[in-house]
Design a protein around this ligand. Structure first.
Ligand code: ASP
Length: 456
């Protein structure tokens, strides 16, 4: 059995919804469909969730929400008209939106979540109606009836664990295709609560885990995860995507800013060891990228390259530092007291470099930290440099191969890039290279050419 989640672009208009219908119909294992609210039809278009937030903001600011309400209604009306669905669906959407906007507001977060959640609810109702009208018997299932209980943390709610067995008991008895709205559930007191933005992924992962699905299919608008972030190396779009990666590789890549998923979003599926398949609604014939608990790794093969910019490095040097017990601990304590979260810490015999996100180190913090280092650690030299980026090469195959690091370093050196730091994690899953921000594009292209071009 497969749980399929379709993001906002996949339900943005009638044509996209018909693509979903074909996808679901083409595989009898696809029993559960989770949908987002309608997203952008083209660049610059509105997302329904943003329009709903604008409606709620109007009400909270004492403005008339009529304009934004009309925009939401128009989006659903165009879907209704193109799919020839009953008028009652749009009338219901408008009436419910007005009701939620006018409801008593004892809690602002709860008010906002009730309005936001309407996007997914109506999306699921429209899809269930469209599928059934096109001969695929489907039912809308409300998260309340499925027993999806969330914490009272409005806007970033979490699932209460007892939900899993309740969801399983409810959904596994339904003979039709289940169309389930993403993004929200209900609190114990019966109020609507949403996950954080993009939270339909979480709903899909929860249902996949609850139902012990064979696969959690996450349909979006890319054919696969590219081995190098296309913003860094546009050429990667023309090449092959990553066919398989492990959960651990995904974590390393997304840690370094590679937008595979928000890892927390798919945590329920990962805990239940459910394979995740990232696929494209517009090219369903493509196999996409499988994210698996483990995989047969090819020795030496780098599976993906991520990058992240905006770091700074604090360099502290002191002759015979290695003989002073607790020196580095004191330095870290000074930073911790300023709330600086540390990324990595390459060290030499008499020097240590502490790397962190530069945004945490405005001039005021820097001055205090420098003053304390001078007073308490009597260093020979202290300096801070901004503009550092990291390029991370990730691959399970590194563990069993000699020379991956050499290939990374040689490729960068041939491209004339000065390597400022290098770090191989003890899991031997990734090699992290610190370079100048300005060199990032050239470095990404050099590593793409080294590890992926020959595969075309
Ligand atoms: N519609 C919600 C959002 O825009 C949730 C989602 O699409 O996953 O954040």
């Amino acid at each position: 059995m497969k749980v399929c989640k379709f993001g906002g672009s996949s339900v943005a208009d009638a044509a996209q919804i018909l693509k979903i219908l074909d996808i679901v119909r083409s595989d009898a294992a696809r029993r559960i469909v989770v949908v987002s609210a309608p997203g952008q039809r083209n660049k610059g278009d509105d997302k329904v969730t943003d329009l709903l937030i604008a409606c709620a903001a109007d009400v909270l600011a004492g403005r008339d929400p009529a304009g934004n309400v009309a925009r939401v209604v128009a989006r659903y009306e165009s879907i209704r008209a193109d799919l020839d669905l009953p008028h009652a669906l749009v009338e219901g959407t408008e009436a419910e939106l007005r009701r939620r906007l006018a409801a008593p507001r004892e809690h602002e977060g709860a008010f906002l979540d009730a309005v936001k959640a309407l996007g997914e609810e109506q999306s699921a109702r429209f899809c269930a109606s469209a599928f059934t009208a096109h001969g695929l018997p489907s039912v809308y299932v409300d998260p309340r009836d499925a027993g999806m209980l969330l914490s009272e943390e409005f806007g970033s709610a979490r699932l209460l664990p007892e939900s899993y067995s309740r969801i399983k008991a409810k959904l596994s008895t339904i003979p039709e295709i289940v169309v389930f709205p993403g993004f929200y559930g209900y609190t114990r007191s019966g109020r609507i609560a949403t996950f954080s933005r993009g939270g339909s992924d979480i709903t899909g992962a929860i249902l996949a885990a609850a139902l012990e699905a064979d696969v959690y299919e996450n349909f979006t608008d890319v054919d696969a995860v590219y081995p190098v972030d296309p913003r860094l190396c546009p050429e990667a779009v023309g090449g092959e995507g990553i066919a398989e990666m492990t959960y651990a590789e995904m974590r390393e890549l997304s840690y370094a800013g590679f937008a595979v998923f928000h890892e927390e979003a798919v945590l329920p599926a990962i805990r239940a060891k459910i394979p995740i398949n990232i696929r494209n609604t517009n090219h369903p014939e493509q196999p996409g990228t499988m994210v698996l608990p483990s995989r047969k790794s090819v020795p030496g093969r780098v599976n993906g390259i991520a990058s992240t910019a905006g770091f700074g490095a604090l360099f502290v040097e002191k002759w015979l530092m290695n003989r002073e017990i607790g020196y580095v601990a004191k330095l870290l304590d000074i930073l911790a007291r300023e709330g600086v979260s540390i990324e990595c810490m390459p060290a030499g015999v008499d020097s240590v470099t502490v790397v962190f996100r530069d945004e945490q180190f405005p001039d005021s913090v820097r001055e205090r930290v420098f003053a304390r280092i001078d007073a308490e650690l009597s260093p020979d030299h202290v300096s801070y440099s901004r503009g550092i980026a990291f390029l991370v090469a990730v691959g399970e195959g590194m563990r069993t191969t000699v020379g991956t690091c050499l290939r990374v370093v040689s490729a960068l050196s041939r491209a004339g890039i000065n390597l400022q730091m290098i770090n191989q994690g003890s899991s031997e899953l990734s090699i992290m290279c610190g370079i100048r921000d300005d060199d990032l594009k050239a470095a990404g292209q050099a590593l793409y050419a080294e590890f992926f071009k020959e595969r075309h």
